[in-house]
Design a protein around this ligand. Structure first.
Ligand SMILES: NC(=O)c1ccc[n+]([C@@H]2O[C@H](COP(=O)([O-])OP(=O)(O)OC[C@H]3O[C@@H](n4cnc5c(N)ncnc54)[C@H](OP(=O)(O)O)[C@@H]3O)[C@@H](O)[C@H]2O)c1
Length: 303
């Protein structure tokens, strides 16, 4: 397959690129920073520079592509959520998704599928009950952002493209993302649950995240929202206890919600809210998770 990947120099993209290269697909990476692509050390990777917000010469690469994967997004944990940072979180996602739609509109031969990042934050803070793909959206900042992001992606359906919305949980990887940050207090023997500990903390092992994306790419029956989360959800307290066990460290020092709100401002929402997300669509389609249990997933990542 000829596959266009945007935002593929990040945590998820790097692993996805390696997986797709193993299958000998032809990959074209859209990036703002060619040095990040050079770091792959794979001369067979083609890259094209873009700014992720304007239509340019890069659009003709979309013509004749079989699939597009869009993983672009300013990191939610990059900075405190000032008004200008919030605008950046929104525009990096909506603008990139919109210009890809424009490139699809211009292509003579359209891609079969667009896989567009989204997040379980779509559902907002849900205390009770399971959350499946048909569950309603929340109304906090992240949920509203995800709703707009998904609407922008769905615009490509008008061009006959199958659109898959990757509603991902926190992706567990040792050296990047949320887990890398959470390891630090545990290494210093001061780890513990963030907030009350009772909030849901949906998670997925990076290997399952990647296989689920490839599964959705190759399965024409899958479209619309797809929950990318391990089938056995954990609360924050359970997650931190499992992390302590996997690291041989205690999980005893909780960080109260007020402290998190003070230090992180509105960004604390990422840690203080959650949902019991169930990967219904993937499971109904026969996807088998390699890491459905948290202890096994963390042991494998931290070994
Ligand atoms: N990791 C998770 O746990 C998780 C969970 C749920 C949802 N997601 C979503 O999935 C997507 C990929 O996640 P990830 O963890 O791989 O992200 P990441 O490591 O932060 O990388 C995202 C990529 O987006 C591009 N980018 C970053 N800031 C940008 C900006 N201001 N404007 C335009 N492009 C920008 C960069 O690519 P270039 O520098 O090459 O242009 C970067 O490599 C994101 O949209 C994220 O919100 C991630």
């Amino acid at each position: 397959m000829k596959i266009i990947l945007a935002g593929a120099t990040g945590l998820i993209g790097r692993a996805l690129v390696r997986r797709l290269r193993n299958d000998d697909h032809s990959l074209i990476l859209l990036t703002r920073d060619r040095v990040k692509v050079e770091r792959f050390g794979d001369p067979s990777l083609q890259f094209v520079e873009w700014d992720a917000r304007t239509v340019g010469d890069w659009t003709h690469f979309v013509d004749g592509a079989d699939a597009i994967v869009n993983l672009v997004g300013e990191s939610l944990a990059a900075k405190r959520w000032s008004a200008s940072q919030k605008a950046r979180l929104i525009s990096s996602r909506i603008d990139s998704t919109s210009v890809l739609r424009e490139a699809i509109a211009r292509a003579r031969r359209k891609p079969e599928v667009l896989l567009n990042a989204s997040a379980v934050g779509y559902y907002g803070d849900v205390r009770e009950g399971d959350v499946v793909e048909s569950s309603p959206p929340g109304n906090d900042f992240l949920a509203t952002l995800c709703v707009r992001w998904e609407q922008a992606a769905r615009e490509s359906e008008k061009h006959g493209v199958r659109v898959v919305l990757l509603r991902s949980a926190v992706v567990l990887e040792r050296n990047a993302g949320a887990l890398a940050k959470m390891l630090i207090p545990f290494k210093l023997f001061v780890g513990g649950p963030l907030g009350s500990g009772g909030q849901w903390f949906p998670w997925i092992h990076i290997a399952d995240e990647i296989e689920a994306i490839v599964f959705a790419m190759k399965n024409p029956a899958i479209s619309g929202p797809v929950n990318l989360a391990a089938p056995e959800p954990a609360t924050m307290r359970q997650f931190c206890s499992a992390l302590g066990r996997a690291m041989g460290r205690p999980s005893w020092a909780p960080v109260p919600p007020t402290v998190l709100r003070m230090v992180l401002g509105e960004m604390s929402q990422i840690l203080l809210t959650g949902q019991r997300v169930v990967p219904k669509k993937l499971q109904d389609a026969g996807f088998v998770f390699r890491y459905s249990k948290l202890d096994g997933a963390l042991r494998e990542i931290l070994r």
